[in-house]
Design a protein around this ligand. Sequence first.
Ligand code: ADP
Ligand code: MN
Ligand code: MN
Ligand code: MN
Length: 341
Amino acid sequence: MAKYKLEYIWLDGYEPVPNLRGKTQIKEFDAFPKLEQLPLWNFDGSSTRQAEGRSSDCVLKPVAIYPDSTRKNGALVMCEVMMPDGKTPHPTNARATILDDPGAWFGFEQEYFLYEDGVPLGFPKGGGFPYPQGEYYTGVGYKNVGDVAREIVEEHLDLCLDAGINHEGINAEVAKGQWEFQIFGKGSKNAADQVWVARYLLMRLCEKYQVDIVWHCKPLGKDVDWNGSGMHSNFSTTHLREVGGKEYFEALMAAFDKYKNEHIAVYGPDNHLRLTGLHETQSIDKFNYGVANRGASIRVPHSFVNNDYKGYLEDRRPNSQADPYKIASRILQTIATVPTK
Ligand code: ADP
Ligand code: MN
Ligand code: MN
Ligand code: MN
């Protein structure tokens, strides 16, 4: 038997963007525990905007477990928040009610800024700006990435891989202090759980660097020539991968056009600051698609067209602060309106 440190992680009740919360409990197991072995637990919902003080208990229901290589016998336990009966999903628990389909694959490109002393890492501390954008994206060298960002990003990558998270890659982004990681998963819950745990690991890692992660989609504002942060959402279904076809694709894009407002509603707050039509984005009130077009709402990879309209598509509108549970579910909801014959 060994004592395991189980970090129960959940999303709180803050609006419009929930915070990640976590607390540890110690339990003994013969070997690294399976999800079914993990007990329900509770927390004080009155401190997380999830309950009133008089009846404050909320319940944590484990839904996924990952090894935590930073701790001896450590595990990260993603949880859903339930009502005190342990069975009814709490109103803040989006995961419980989203659409899921193991044949739906998602690749999320999470962009974010590293911030130190209130400015992006590498910006002058006394105000002002570093060199204009241009060489930072996928850049190398101290003048482009500084001396600590890469250490953070590499360490985060290893933590995710140790946890079994399907991290697919990393790159320095267009703005100084801005980075991206990509996570791929099959099924909306599975893919989105991994994004939330990867976000948690990044925030926790940065504590020791005295660096914060700014997830906001346009932290420097819309009036300066500095990119915002997105979470491009690449998706495919079994039908899109195996059958596809131009006719189906066009019907699908018509449905995405029809529901554009419903998509924007769950694609993250303040997206009007980011989706301006500049900086590789489409305007928030327009929908379009285009082959290899990084100014489109949906980018169609060359490979998709060359392969008889089969493969995956990239919705470029979701922003860095959006909830991947809601993004994936909305995409599946729109896809479900289009007959596959
Ligand atoms: P870019 O920066 O050029 O837009 P990235 O390489 O950052 O592209 O991200 C592309 C993403 O597409 C990857 O995260 C990958 O997991 C995802 N992806 C690739 N194939 C599929 C697929 N069949 N279904 C869903 N997502 C996919
Ligand atoms: Mn990318
Ligand atoms: Mn990017
Ligand atoms: Mn992209």
